[in-house]
Design a protein around this ligand. Structure first.
Ligand SMILES: NC(=O)c1ccc[n+]([C@@H]2O[C@H](COP(=O)([O-])OP(=O)(O)OC[C@H]3O[C@@H](n4cnc5c(N)ncnc54)[C@H](O)[C@@H]3O)[C@@H](O)[C@H]2O)c1
Length: 427
């Protein structure tokens, strides 16, 4: 079958799925985009993407239909599954969305169809947990009647330079015949090239270690920032100096939230523990990163006690899991706010970007400043808007006659132009 003859279905139109669906449609494929969230489908039909990953004008494409009706998936013969893979409150993989999506697709499967999983999982999940569901629901046999692949997604929300089409794509499948078709299909859309992994497990493992490596490296610099702070050394200055060596890897300290870096390592550690391996280093990195908000709050508390300020008023700027994206799921900025509330129970949080439609914070939250003045400003998430307004924004939040603490957690403010009354904290 000629590649363009394949009809694509994308199951789960979130941060990952929507750009995939739009890219295939723009490349000339007929695409059915399916999501169980009827409101998301309504918004997409109306030309609005709340994740801001796809420009609204690109949503209206004659090749692309949006639906919340599972039967519509049956029109397609190449199904791409991009549903969430979160963790439970005890840091165990929650693959319930994946199983449900597999049931849905399984019910619609026909002979010679392809199913490719893009969700991040532990090695073995596709073959051990998902394929049996597809087989049970379809009453067909994988690798014989239909074919399964795995192709991890590597997009970086809020990053226009690393998009689905422009990131080298790892693909994998059950056999060389199906691998070629999966590679050719993605190859018709992804301009950056295709890497054919030697097995589905290899592709699953590759994705999960990409994010685990990142988590560990951030854990390392977070630990460094605690050491250097105690020695009154600016960690960013150290990292800049060390970065002049050709093989020094650039990472910066900070909050590790979101639904990838702070989550995916647990998929690996859970699997490791199940098979009797002790992932000490990975879990230690997780612990360091999870505890970083406590370190930051302690730094703030120490400053107040040195200054003799009792009953301090604090404002936190930023609530999303990273700068310039509206996503607040698993945002460590929530943990940070809850930790700072031990110092100021009336803590205010300001974020003009955050999408709080489905998760109302239980602290004071505002999308803009309203004239209130504070003793400490915690620049937690350096949205471009905050950085553009810079010291002008800080001045509007402070009493200029009083010494004020500004915690610039990612060291984005210009040190040289700092107003004199500001005590600037950088990692
Ligand atoms: N967001 C990222 O930056 C990123 C990057 C790489 C990989 N990933 C991985 O990609 C996967 C998807 O992540 P995301 O950020 O796009 O999630 P998301 O929450 O933004 O989107 C998932 C969508 O799937 C829908 N959904 C849930 N269950 C469904 C079902 N049974 N059938 C159809 N739709 C269903 C939800 O309504 C939602 O719209 C996860 O495994 C994630 O780890 C995410």
């Amino acid at each position: 079958m000629a590649v363009l003859k394949r009809k694509i279905s994308v199951i789960g139109l979130g941060y990952v799925g929507l750009p995939v669906a739009v890219a295939f449609a723009e490349a000339g494929f007929k695409v059915v985009g399916f999501d169980t969230n009827a409101n998301r489908i309504k918004e997409l039909k109306e030309g609005y993407d709340k994740t801001f990953e796809v420009e609204n004008r690109r949503l209206d494409n004659p090749n692309l239909t949006y639906t919340d009706k599972a039967d519509d998936i049956g029109q397609a013969n190449f199904h791409i599954i991009t549903v969430p893979t979160p963790i439970t409150n005890i840091n165990e993989p929650d693959i319930s969305y994946l199983i449900k999506a597999s049931e849905t697709v399984g019910k619609q499967l026909k002979a010679d169809d392809f199913v490719v999983y893009e969700s991040t999982v532990y090695p073995g999940c596709t073959e051990d947990d998902c394929i049996p569901v597809l087989e049970t629901e379809s009453k067909l046999t994988a690798g014989q009647d239909f074919y399964v692949g795995y192709s991890p997604e590597r997009i970086n929300p809020g990053d226009p330079n690393h998009r689905f089409e422009t990131i080298l794509k790892i693909v994998s499948a059950q056999c060389s015949h199906s691998l070629k078709i999966v590679a050719d299909t993605y190859g018709a859309v992804v301009t950056a090239g295709i890497y054919q992994a030697t097995s589905i497990k290899v592709a699953e493992a590759a994705k999960v270690i990409e994010n685990t490596q990142r988590d560990l490296n951030i854990g390392f610099v977070n630990e460094l920032s605690k050491i250097f702070k105690t020695m009154d050394i600016d960690t960013y200055d150290v990292l800049q100096a060390a970065g002049t060596k050709w093989n020094f890897n650039a990472f910066e300290p900070g909050l590790v939230g979101g639904h990838c870096i702070g989550v995916d390592p647990y998929y690996l550690t859970s699997k490791a523990l199940k098979i009797g391996c002790d992932p000490t280093i990975i879990l230690s990195g997780r612990e360091t990163n999870n505890a970083y908000p406590i370190f930051l709050a302690e730094q703030c508390r120490n400053w107040f006690s040195q200054q003799g300020i009792t009953d301090p008023k604090i404002v936190q700027l930023g609530l999303t899991f990273k700068e310039n994206v509206p996503d607040i799921r698993n945002s460590k900025a929530f943990d940070l706010a809850n930790t700072f509330r031990h110092i100021d129970p009336t803590l205010a949080v300001i974020d003009p970007v955050a999408d709080i439609a489905h998760m109302k914070p239980d602290f004071r939250f505002n999308t803009s400043i309203d004239g209130e003045r504070f003793d400490a400003i915690v620049l937690a998430v350096p949205h471009q808007q905050f950085i553009n307004d810079g010291w002008q924004l800080i001045n509007a939040l402070t009493n200029t006659d009083k010494s004020t603490l500004v915690m610039d957690i990612k060291a984005r403010l210009d040190r040289q132009s700092k107003p004199p009354a500001i005590n600037l904290w950088r990692p």
